[in-house]
Design a protein. Structure first.
Length: 231
């Protein structure tokens, strides 16, 4: 397993659990606003952590940590992801997967094998704006739609979330997203934060009152929506 980072403690990433976060390199997308650019554009040179070192850390935190977040990049690109998560589960931890939803077959397999306890899937934008938002010219958008449908079967807890950026998102996009995710328990709008770790800098976040307008629009469409990341 290629592991590029370990955040040893997080109180935010796994809802209601004390957890750690494991970062895996590689992604099919190149979202210009991605905060983890080194895991997307520099995966050949990115430092790696030995899998046994990570598992040893987890063993030392049994009874202290409740869960493990597996994020990226895009974790489902790793060929041995299933085996790695099984090792984590064998240590007694709950597992949360962060995904872009582009590998629905793997997502379904992990859920059917009871290897996941929570999934957070990014909804990048309305379907017609996915290519520009993801930084790729062509996509099999049916992959995204399949992953949405898999999660909406409600076999495990999950969330959909969108990082909201002025240059990519507008009111009409959220009306279209509402149609995609109708039935979700909670949808999160996340504040964009410009930083040196982004693939491309210079994008802009909406103000809190503007984000609240998007929330009102979505709730009129029947989507329970919360804002995340704004102090």
């Amino acid at each position: 397993m290629r592991i590029s980072g370990l955040q040893k403690l997080t109180l935010l990433d796994f809802p209601n659990l004390v957890a750690c976060t494991i970062f895996l390199p590689g992604c099919q997308f190149k979202c210009p606003f991605c905060q983890n650019s080194s895991l997307v554009t520099e995966i050949i040179n990115v430092p790696e952590i030995d899998e046994n070192e990570v598992l040893s850390y987890l063993k030392s935190r049994q009874g202290i940590l409740d869960g493990v977040c597996v994020t990226g990049g895009e974790p489902t690109l790793q060929s041995d992801l299933k085996e790695f998560i099984q090792k984590i589960k064998n240590l007694g931890f709950k597992v949360k997967l962060d995904t872009n939803g582009y590998n629905p077959k793997i997502l379904k397999e992990l859920i059917d094998l009871s290897l996941l306890d929570y999934v957070a899937m990014d909804i990048k934008n309305s379907i017609d704006k996915y290519p520009i938002t993801c930084g790729v010219k062509s996509l099999k958008i049916e992959n995204i739609l399949s992953s949405i449908d898999i999660l909406k079967e409600n076999k495990i807890p999950y969330e959909f979330r969108t990082t909201v950026i002025k240059e990519f998102h507008e009111e009409d996009d959220f009306k279209k997203i509402a149609q995609l995710i109708r039935g979700v328990k909670t949808y999160y709008l996340q504040e964009y934060k410009d930083s040196e770790t982004c693939i491309q800098r210079g994008f802009h976040a909406y103000l809190l009152n503007e984000m609240k307008e998007f929330v009102r629009l979505l709730e009129k469409e029947g989507i329970n929506t919360e804002i995340r990341g704004i102090d």
